[in-house]
Design a protein around this ligand. Structure first.
Ligand code: ZN
Length: 212
């Protein structure tokens, strides 16, 4: 299985350079775990970044620079982000996502559950959203960026199917009403810079219940 919908190149560059942090990085990491093509791109961008660094003119070092660098090297290396075994039927995700799914899942409305993964900065939020087969998310748009990675099942947005591993980027230019396919429930990892903006009365009822 390989993903059909990928992040824009600029986002992959931000990931490779470390500029993409927090929840957005977590959503993109989940896509990378399922997408060898984007992993290759990241490796290429990292190589280019390394080459650019080595091409910079040498700078005069602080007299303690060597001691500081050695002290850093000797510090124990933090464990690599664990890729906790998949929850049955899900693609592999970062360990924080698995923990949120196991510990913080709550039913928000009939057929809908949410689990907060991280909050902040500001109004940003990263969460898991599980929606039952055949249901439609009320029409809404966004304030700022939203990034989504499908972990299980599939949804259709504007006639385009998004399946496990697929990545989606939405912003305030998008006004949509994604629907879960009939095959089974769908779980997505979602990062939003700010809460959704409901576009109809169903959404206005739904949003406080679900809290997204
Ligand atoms: Zn990809």
């Amino acid at each position: 299985m390989s993903a059909s919908h990928h992040p824009a190149e600029a986002l992959l560059v931000d990931y490779a350079s470390g500029a993409l942090r927090g929840g957005g990085r977590m959503v993109l990491s989940s896509h990378l775990m399922a997408c060898p093509a984007c992993r290759d791109s990241i490796a290429r961008f990292e190589a280019v970044g390394g080459a650019l660094l080595s091409a910079l003119p040498p700078a005069t070092l602080h007299k303690d620079a060597l001691a500081l660098a050695l002290a850093r090297i000797e510090r124990p290396v933090p464990p690599a982000p664990a890729t906790t075994g998949p929850i049955a039927g899900w693609i592999t995700t970062p360990a924080d996502v698995v923990r949120a799914a196991r510990d913080r899942r709550r039913w928000a409305a009939p057929g809908v559950w949410v689990a907060s993964v991280t909050r902040g900065p500001g109004r940003a939020s990263t969460y898991l959203l599980g929606v039952a087969a055949g249901m439609t998310v009320p029409r809404h748009t966004h304030r700022g960026a939203e990034m989504v990675c499908v972990l299980k099942g599939a949804y259709v947005d504007d006639d385009v199917r998004h399946a496990p591993g697929d990545f989606a980027f939405n912003d305030d230019s998008v006004d949509h009403r994604p629907g879960i396919t009939a095959e089974g429930d769908c779980v997505c990892l979602v990062f939003t810079e700010a809460p959704l903006v409901p576009r109809d009365w169903v959404g206005r009822l739904f949003q406080p219940l679900v809290g997204i």
